[in-house]
Structures are given as C-alpha cells and as structure tokens.
Ligand binder design. Sequence first.
Ligand code: NAD
Length: 396
Amino acid sequence: MIIQPKSRGFICTTAHPEGCASQVQRQIEYVQSKPAINGPRNVLVVGASTGYGLASRIVASFASGANTIGVYFDKAAEGVRTASAGWYNSAAFEQAAAAAGNKSFSIVGDAFSDEIKAKTLDLIRTELGQIDLVVYSVASPRRTHPKTGESFASVIKPLGETYSNKTVNFHNGEVTTATIEPATEDELRQTIAVMGGEDWEMWIDELQKAGLLADNATTVAYSYLGPEITHAVYKEGTIGAAKDDLEVTSKRLNEKLAASGGRSFISVNKALVTQSSSAIPVVPLYISALYKVMKEKGLHEGCIEQMYRLFSERLYGAAPAALDEKGRIRIDDWEMRDDVQAEVAQLWADLTTENVYEKSDLLGYRKEFFQLFGFETDGINYEADTNPEVDIPNLR
Ligand code: NAD
C-alpha cells in the first residue's frame, strides 16, 4: 500500500511504518552518541509510544541499559487503515532494544483501567521482579474511572473569563484570533479527572501494595508552565489546574515513597510539537515563534534532547536534582530564559498571516508535525509500496 499523510486539522489519520522507525532510530542514535547514564535498571513508562514518554523509554534503554515495559494506547493496522504512529514507533523500539540486549515489553490498552494495571503488574512480577523508575507520561482527551465507571472528557479552556489570542492554521499559515469561552465547573472537574494525578497515584499505590517497587525507586510525571502568552489557555486554564493536581499528587507520592528511600518528581518540560500539544489553540503559533528564537540561539531541543538532559543531569546526575521554589525539576529552563522569552514576545506582537513564515519557524513546526506520523523523513520513499501490518515483538 502507498501510505500518504491524511490530515484533518491537528489529526493525521495515517502513519508510515518506515518513517516512524527512522524517527525512532534517529532518537536512539542521539542517545548512543552521548555518555552512558548510571541510571535505572527496570523501568515502567505509562504513555510510552510517542512524545515525551517514548523519548524517556529510549533514554532509559539506550543510555542506561534498562529493561523497559511500555504501556500505551495504540491501534494495529486493519484493512485499509494504517496502524497509529505509536504502534510503529513501539515496534521499532522493541526491535532495537532486543538487538541491544535489553529486555522490553509492550502492553497496549487503557492505562486508566484496572485490567491493564493488573496485567502490567503480572508482567513485572514474572519478567522484571521490581521496578526502580516509573515514568507517567499519559496525555489523553478522556478517561473512564475504573471504580465508578464515570467517563470524563478533558477540555482546554480558560477559567473565569473569555480568552482571545492569535492562533495559526499550521497547514496554510493563516493567523487568526482564537476566542475561547471559559470552562464550566463541570468541565474543570472532568479535566482534572483526566489529566490530574489520580491515575498516577493509583499506579504507584498498586505497585507499592504488590511489593513491585524497588527500594529507592523514582517516579516522575511531566508538566508545562510556559510564558504569559499561553497562560490563560494553559497554566491558568483547565489543563493548568489538572497540572496543579499532579503537583499535589507528587508531594503525596514523595511521602508514600519516603519510607523506602523513594522519590517523586514533577518535571516541567519544554513546549514541543507532539500529538497532544498540536491540539491546543495558540500553542502551535507560540511553538513556531519559540523554535525560531531557540534555533537561532543554538538552544533548540526536541523530546529526546530534553529527556536525555532530564535523566543525565537531574534524575540521575552526580548532584541531587536542582528544584525550583515549588519543588519541581525545570528542564524548560532554556525555553524560559529571559532573553529567549523577550525575543519571542517581540515576534509574537508582529506575527500575521503575511509574515508568519518569515518571522516564525512555522515550516519547522509543520514538518515536525508530519514527522510525528513518519512523514517528511529523509531517506524514506513515500511512493514505494509499504506493508502497513507490523508486529510488535514482546506484545503482551
Ligand atoms: P503524546 O500525545 O505524544 O503522548 C501521549 C502518550 O499517552 C502516548 O503514548 C499515548 O499512547 C498514551 N496514552 C493516551 N491515552 C492513554 C490511555 N488511556 N492508556 C494508555 N496510554 C495512553 O503527549 P506528550 O506531549 O508527550 O505528553 C506527555 C506528557 O508530557 C503530558 O503530561 C504532557 O502534559 C506533558 N508535557 C508535554 C509538553 C509538550 O509540549 N508536548 C510540554 C510539557 C509537558
């Protein structure tokens, strides 16, 4: 089958297996070009197939030689439908990990469910014994509560007041004004239920109860703060409230893990092109401006560079992780530098449909968006017949 991108807004419904494999290989090679990390041995990544979770898994496996279990929600190819990008990424990861002699296993299903948690715990028991790092990197639009059966949908909305700012259609460069009505109380509650800390805590509680967490285990979940431009729709909006809940959860987990020498962290990461961030209004235009400035200053990083720095300098560095005043790891430090943000703010004020390609890195944004699905990748022949059916080794 000839596989071409089919996108609607911020969704691409096709993915290219060889392109995804090549993107994963590029990340592996980056990690292999860096010094090894004296890091974790047995790692569970929940939300492991794309974005920050995939990069965390690659760093754990290829910089630290860890065995990994990845839990994620992806679909295999069926009929004329390709598999999802995370499926192809994970197949490529599993093959490379096996070739490197690191154990790796995949569990595909709903991480929010009791069933997938139980299945993962069984796998840890039989294959790895105990886990010493749990990365929680789920980004989802919805969740069904495993105890009450209630279904929640998350929304990305401001709180209190209507918010308007610039946004871009990254397919055609049209800069318009997005106006978003404030969330209702119930939308806020549901967003916190999906993207807050409850499920992370359930995972850690279950692992601890089952004796599957090693002494001195670490757990980390990811957050974002960002600049003034995005505050109303992110930090001070529904998703920010969910991230506040994640932070409170992390403090609680720290207390629960302390007795066995364990630690819980929130790492605040850089704004990057991922399937999740492309769905947030305003953010793609902000990322395009940010990329322009950071690339010019030689400061640009993608998921893999961010996660390598997180593991090597913060989680498993020689010195204890430096934390901000709220106890968080700040791997968004370069994004938030005063000189970077001053230039982004200046660009932001000027951005219009007429100058967006010149003043921002919208082309870079668009290219990275398609690369998430294995397209626009050097060395891949997109006219060639490709088999969309790819097996994931060690799928449980
Ligand atoms: P992503 O969309 O690339 O990855 C999400 C992962 O979650 C995928 O592996 C997906 O399969 C998995 N997932 C979704 N629903 C699931 C379910 N029900 N069960 C099991 N797995 C499920 O997202 P990302 O941007 O890498 O985000 C990961 C974390 O990083 C989030 O907490 C996000 O808020 C945070 N973060 C993202 C950015 C950014 O700019 N992208 C910046 C800072 C922090």
